[in-house]
Design a protein around this ligand. Structure first.
Ligand SMILES: Cc1cc2nc3c(=O)[nH]c(=O)nc-3n(C[C@H](O)[C@H](O)[C@H](O)COP(=O)(O)OP(=O)(O)OC[C@H]3O[C@@H](n4cnc5c(N)ncnc54)[C@H](O)[C@@H]3O)c2cc1C
Length: 520
């Protein structure tokens, strides 16, 4: 054995001493008028609005350039906007051709409908003032984005069905950003750079600098260096806490640590935490979130090469069963846009946190594109018995009993029509399917395994009509603004598809404009 007393101890000096390499400091101004924390859609709408008033603006994005853009980049770019008819849509999408106009029933999505949808799906918990602002400013804000150079197109692929030779839009969702989420993010970054907005990647805001007079900057870790950057105003647009397993479990409850994250790994609740630390008021549905059916074998966080295609949203045309082989939701309760965001939670609550979606040949051609990707957990079979044996972790007898009872209960005398809530239902089951109930009896059969994929959390900060964050006394925190996912009070329990981006745009623009004005 080595005797330590016989060793000569030589002090380590100079070049022998290992020292962590100190990251090089970036040459960045130490003061700005407005700092925006976050690099998604809400952040850039805020940055552009702040810049309009002449403010010097810095965007801190904690992701590296290759992963920039937050959850916004993972989206399909669908945006829920109120419009009075095709003439409004032409203002948003001047490229609409005469042929498209002639062959399409775009319908109307009035402000009242948007407001009603928001109230209905949130079980009338949405904060009226926030909901009204979102709805009444939606069209005007999209026009503003269009004016900045963001392009929009109709969502023919996902939101329109061909009925009697004409496309008919359904579910209040008609417009998407050109190029989807990636297209939206690329154009926002390009427009921001063109407008003289500074963007700093790998720059995580850690703390708000504040005093009795309000906010005067942030402490941020910029490419490994911790620094203070002074600012007259700060806009928090750094998303929710969906990518933070500890916060998910703390606020959403047991089991949520097991959910997969659909989007960015960078939304770890920093903005909310920083604001609460200086006395901001928590607001909204802290135990609620947007969560969907997501491939059971998808990775822990979103994968930009797949985007949103791990989602499996065609369940209204089939059924979903759990490990016991039993159905557990009404798959046809409403248009997919109004149920998908709450069914992730229903799946998480099943034994083993998974479900299988089952379809037959009659509807297979109608499944969304995401069912045809390479990375999909899918089995096929020519008989229901064979299928029962292939559904991993499912009780085969329970499944066969369930599907036979389901088939017998379908009211086949009512015609199937995917473009409307057709009332083709089942009768007499413990959980009836209220629309689009088709018998599952025509081979080949297809089944897809899903688990819960969390999209974003609903709880957050309380803002006033200027986008200013309120403290626990209900008073504005001078110089602190918020927009996007981290604003609480809009969504409870559920969410109408396409509202996340719209909310980021509307409240981002308001927050940015207020922040910019406050610096003059
Ligand atoms: C797969 C998927 C599909 C979706 N599809 C749609 C859709 O089609 N339509 C729709 O309306 N909504 C959709 N959503 C929801 C939508 O993405 C969000 O509601 C919206 O993008 C939120 O925008 P945001 O700007 O608030 O947050 P994000 O876009 O997530 O941006 C947050 C930003 O903050 C940064 N950040 C976090 N912490 C810090 C920190 N401490 N310092 C600096 N930066 C920080 C992040 O890197 C990120 O850039 C989808 C979401 C997912 C995941």
């Amino acid at each position: 054995m080595l005797d330590i007393r016989t060793l000569t101890l030589v002090p380590i000096t100079g070049k022998d001493r290992w020292q962590p390499k100190r990251p090089e400091k970036t040459a960045m101004p130490s003061a700005y008028d407005v700092i925006i924390v976050g690099g998604g859609n809400a952040a850039f709408c805020a940055a552009l609005a702040a810049r309009e008033s002449g403010a010097g603006v810095l965007v801190l994005e904690c992701a590296p350039n290759a992963e920039r853009g937050g959850n916004s980049r993972f989206t399909a770019g669908a945006m829920r906007v109120a419009y009075k008819g095709v003439d409004d849509l032409v203002r948003l999408m001047p490229d609409l051709t005469d042929e498209e106009k002639a062959s399409t029933d775009f319908g109307v999505y009035a402000e009242d409908q948007f407001y009603d949808d928001l109230c209905r799906v949130t079980q009338y918990h949405t904060t009226p003032r926030l909901a009204e602002t979102l709805v009444t400013r939606s069209f005007d804000t999209m026009l503003w984005m269009r004016g900045k150079g963001v392009r929009f197109v109709p969502i023919y692929g996902r939101q329109a069905f061909k009925v009697d030779g004409r496309f008919k839009f359904w579910g209040g969702l008609t417009v998407e950003a050109w190029g989807g989420g990636p297209g939206l993010i690329d154009s926002l970054y390009t427009i921001a750079e063109r407008n003289g907005i500074d963007i700093s990647y790998e720059s995580r805001a850690l703390e708000l600098l504040h005093g009795d007079e309000g906010i005067h900057g942030v402490i941020a870790r910029i490419k490994g260096h911790t620094d203070r950057i002074a600012a007259k105003a700060v806009v928090l647009a750094s998303g929710g806490f969906e990518a933070n397993a500890e916060m998910r479990t703390r606020y959403l409850g047991p089991g949520w640590d097991l959910a997969k994250v659909r989007g960015t790994r960078f939304n770890t609740g920093d903005g909310i935490r920083m604001a609460l630390e200086i006395g901001a008021m928590p607001f909204g549905n802290w135990s609620g979130c947007h969560a969907v059916g997501w491939d059971r074998n998808a990775p822990e966080f979103g994968d930009l090469s797949v985007g949103d295609a791990f989602q499996k949203h065609s369940y209204p045309w089939g059924i979903m069963v759990n490990a016991r082989g039993r159905r557990f939701v009404d798959e046809g309760a409403d248009f997919r846009n109004y149920t998908y965001a709450k069914y992730g939670r229903a799946i998480l609550e099943q034994p083993g946190q998974f479900a299988w979606q089952i379809f037959d040949r009659k509807v297979a051609g109608q499944l969304r594109d995401e069912y045809r990707i390479k990375r999909v957990t899918k089995v096929t079979a020519d008989t229901l018995e064979e299928l029962a044996g292939k559904l991993e972790d499912v009780d085969p007898k329970g499944f066969l009993d369930e599907i036979r009872a389901y088939n017998a209960a379908v009211q086949t005398n009512v015609p199937f029509n995917p473009a409307i809530k057709d009332g083709r239902c089942t009768r007499g089951l413990p959980i009836d399917k209220t629309n689009w109930a088709n018998t599952i009896d025509t081979p080949p059969f297809e089944a897809y395994a899903v688990t819960c994929g969390i999209t974003f959390t609903f709880g957050g900060l309380r803002i006033d009509e200027n986008g200013t964050v309120l403290n626990t006394d209900g008073l504005p925190i001078r110089g602190l603004y918020a927009a996007g996912e981290l604003v609480g009070g809009l969504f409870y329990f559920n969410y109408p598809g396409g509202t996340g981006l719209m909310s980021g745009s509307v409240f981002g623009r308001i927050a940015g404009a207020s922040a910019g004005r406050s610096t003059r």
